[in-house]
Design a protein around this ligand. Structure first.
Ligand SMILES: Nc1ncnc2c1ncn2[C@@H]1O[C@H](COP(=O)(O)OP(=O)(O)O)[C@@H](O)[C@H]1O
Ligand SMILES: CC(C)(COP(=O)(O)O)[C@@H](O)C(=O)NCCC(=O)O
Length: 306
């Protein structure tokens, strides 16, 4: 990986954690527990060492964006509206994007006390199961053609222009888009998390990246991500046992080795192919790459130089 990232500054965790001196932890264990998803082992140490310096860096980007917009306004002799600050988070399926996004949302709300911080996951922009089925691409869920990218771009355009927007919601439980929508009220900061956030729309005129003021790619070795995917699959099965309407319920009556084979196959034929062909190639569009070791601990940070 390192030879490909020549335009990044590589920073070890030890150096990174000393870039920003802080006194008190920004969060309590209880607050951290509230945002952890199943299986997470994120610690206050991670928050202090990795996420607080990251928030400080985001603060710098935010101020720079505001200054630039103000200067542009002076140049154009126009009053420019304050635009929301948008952060994109990408990486493989099961690498831990949602966990990173939730933690960042909490820390940013703490840091920018008068600002609203919204979080949106792009799985809501997947086509419904019925559409995927009609197009014969049910087994391509997560691939570029399975997303309504134009709708995602329209959503970002509306948010950048300060509007409230209703968006579709995806459920891992039903494995489909839900009938009800979610209202995103014009936020000051928006975090957009998903495997496709550094990809382009069908007409290729606009990249979703064009809307981002800061961007993060969560990275790890393929073998580790596969293990996390399998562990998450097992957890989904445990949760689905008592619930016949859950998509994963169908697997709960099968012997363990059979379910493990299904999960392994899905990883190998769907999510790994997607990672190699469409997700990892967009990694260098990120301002910051957070690299995790096998225990989910962030061990290396890459910051874009140019
Ligand atoms: N920091 C972490 N420590 C321990 N487990 C984690 C951490 N981040 C994510 N995980 C686990 O890894 C799996 C994938 O994480 P998730 O956030 O669901 O990934 P994604 O949103 O990228 O698909 C989940 O089972 C989650 O609990
Ligand atoms: C819906 C998803 C594309 C979204 O990815 P995630 O939010 O987990 O990163 C993915 O979870 C998925 O369903 N992939 C298809 C193959 C599978 O069942 O894992």
């Amino acid at each position: 990986m390192e030879t490909e990232l020549i335009n990044y500054e590589k920073i070890t965790r030890r150096i990174w954690q000393n870039l920003y001196k802080k006194s008190l932890p920004a969060l309590t264990e209880k607050e951290l527990d509230n945002i952890k998803s199943i299986n997470d082992e994120i610690s206050l140490q991670d928050v202090n060492d990795v996420y607080l310096p990251l928030v400080q860096l985001i603060r710098i980007y935010k101020k720079t964006m505001r200054d630039l917009n103000f200067s542009k306004g002076l140049f154009l002799q126009k009053i420019t509206e304050n635009q929301p600050f948008i952060i994109g988070i990408s990486g493989s399926v099961a690498v831990g994007k949602s966990t990173t996004a939730r933690l960042l949302q909490l820390l940013l709300s703490r840091t920018f006390k008068t600002s609203t911080v919204a979080l949106v996951t792009t799985d809501g922009f997947l086509y419904p199961k019925e559409t995927l089925s009609e197009r014969g691409i049910l087994d391509r869920k997560g691939f570029p053609e399975s997303y309504d990218m134009e709708n995602l771009i329209s959503f970002l355009l509306a948010i950048k222009s300060g509007k409230d927007v209703s968006i579709p919601v995806y459920s891992h439980e039903t494995y489909d888009i839900l009938p009800e929508k979610e209202l995103v009220k014009a936020p000051d900061i928006l975090i957009v998390e998903g495997i496709n956030v550094f990809q382009s729309g069908a007409n290729k005129q606009l990249y979703i990246n064009d809307f981002f003021d800061f961007s993060i790619y969560v990275d790890a070795k393929e073998q580790n991500i596969e293990r996390w995917y399998l562990e998450r699959f097992k957890t989904f099965l445990d949760l689905a046992k008592q619930n016949p309407s859950n998509y994963y319920h169908q697997f709960t009556s099968l012997p363990t080795d059979e379910t493990l084979k299904i999960a392994r196959d899905t990883w190998k034929k769907v999510n790994l192919v997607n990672l190699r062909d469409y997700i990892e190639p967009t990694r260098s569009r990120a301002e910051v790459i957070l690299h995790k070791d096998k225990t989910h601990k962030i061990d290396k940070i890459y910051l874009k130089k140019y």
